[in-house]
Design a protein around this ligand. Structure first.
Ligand code: NAD
Ligand code: GLY
Length: 369
């Protein structure tokens, strides 16, 4: 007897609910080879795949085999946050226009958050909006950036300052792509996974505590469960507040402290997820100093962040006064008032400007003693 060779295994399908702009999030193994899945979300024959110099050699050919019935073109961009800018974005438009792509074309983002954000923004702008599919290949992009429709590029004067809210037509998460991801990038993605538990779901946080080793060892069942858990939490937050008028800002837990670290150290020295790891520990300590979080809860957060392979304290080079300066320029400073995401327990986050300055100073000083 011949067995049936299964090239892909769809483990779960979620729906991000946004009325007529709702879309599915598929999670599985080998999905990059599932031609039917792609065909379901492509309207016309024209498809442009956008990737970078690192990811394209690993996955472009496999993806192209799944798109064999279409007119497919590709753009391979240089790899790195420093190329997430308007000049490099223009290469996508050059390709679309020179190949005469029309308004019914589809863009596919094959890569991490940088490629996803740029491709989404190109799709939002090209002929005032065309279809796009996210095919995220880092853990961070699978649990965070590919879901929710924030797209854009950096400007020399600010990160992600040029962009649009523009939702994809589908997110296709192939967990097999994580097999080639460097361990440091995997840990950076785990920061956002842990964040989702901390802000919204104590049971998910407990599950992560008991499965963090499997996740770091790329156990497929554990990964699928964690990615699904995170995408469920992120989807709920986004469908309730797509344009961040309120609750979506909870997703910035640990990010105000984290951005100060990223900027203070110079972009790229600490990965974003590493800075968020330390930032989440700082926000937990601040919540404890406010009397809102117990010692035990703070210790659990710090232990999980450490177990994910992430730093739990800010770099010694950043003095409290320098840290304060860096936090003051964070884009979440509104009308001169700094707002922070703090905790009233694991799974219970709030956005507030009602914290005392002394607690903040104590937090910063506590790492320098
Ligand atoms: P990234 O896209 O730079 O990817 C990290 C590195 O991993 C890169 O060198 C990339 O080439 C490589 N890589 C990607 N997939 C790989 C694979 N499967 N195997 C081997 N190497 C692989 O970084 P990221 O962490 O995925 O995303 C960070 C970006 O996402 C930032 O620009 C950030 O602003 C953005 N972001 C956006 C949102 C949003 O809501 N849109 C949320 C969070 C972060
Ligand atoms: N990563 C934060 C957000 O999507 O809102």
């Amino acid at each position: 007897m011949f067995g049936i060779l299964k090239v892909s295994d769809l483990l779960s399908t979620l729906q991000l609910d946004l009325g007529e702009r709702s879309y599915p999030i598929y999670i599985g193994k080998g999905l990059i080879q599932d031609a039917r899945l792609f065909a379901r979300h492509i309207r016309s024959g024209q498809v442009l795949v956008v990737s970078n110099e690192t990811v394209a050699p690993l996955y472009m050919e496999k993806l192209l085999r799944s798109l064999s019935g279409f007119q497919v073109e590709r753009v391979v961009l240089p790899d790195g946050e420093k190329y997430k800018n308007l000049d490099v974005l223009n290469r996508i438009f050059d390709q679309l226009l020179s190949k005469r792509f029309d308004r019914s074309c589809t863009l596919i983002a094959l890569g991490g958050g940088v490629i996803g954000d740029m491709t989404g923004f190109a799709a939002a702008c090209y002929q005032r909006g065309v279809d796009f599919i996210q095919l995220p290949t880092t853990l961070l992009s699978q649990v965070d950036s590919s879901v929710g429709g924030k797209t854009g590029v950096n400007h020399p004067l600010g990160k992600n300052m040029i962009g649009a809210f523009y939702q994809p037509n589908a997110v296709i998460i192939d967990i097999d792509t994580l097999n080639t991801l460097p361990a440091r990038e995997l840990s950076a993605g785990l920061a956002e996974v842990i964040k989702h538990g901390i802000i919204k779901d104590a049971a998910y946080f407990s599950w992560l505590e008991t499965h963090i080793r499997e996740l770091r060892h790329l156990d497929p069942e554990a990964l699928a469960h964690a990615i699904e858990g995170s995408c469920v939490i992120k989807s709920r937050v986004v469908s309730a507040d797509e344009k961040e008028a309120g609750q979506r800002a909870l997703l910035n837990y640990g990010h105000t402290f984290g951005h100060a670290i990223e900027t203070g150290m110079g972009y790229g020295v600490w990965l974003h997820g590493e800075a968020v790891g330390a930032g989440m520990c700082m926000a937990a300590r601040m919540s404890r100093f406010m009397g809102w979080l117990s010692d035990e809860e703070e210790s659990r957060i710090v232990a999980l962040v450490a177990a994910a392979g992430l730093p739990v304290s800010p770099p010694a080079e950043l003095s409290p006064s320098r840290f304060m300066e860096l936090m003051a320029v964070d884009k979440k400073v509104m009308s001169g008032q700094l707002r922070l995401v703090l905790l009233k327990g694991i799974g219970k986050a709030l956005i507030t400007n009602e914290f005392d300055q002394e607690s903040l100073s104590r937090v910063l000083a506590s790492y320098n003693s």
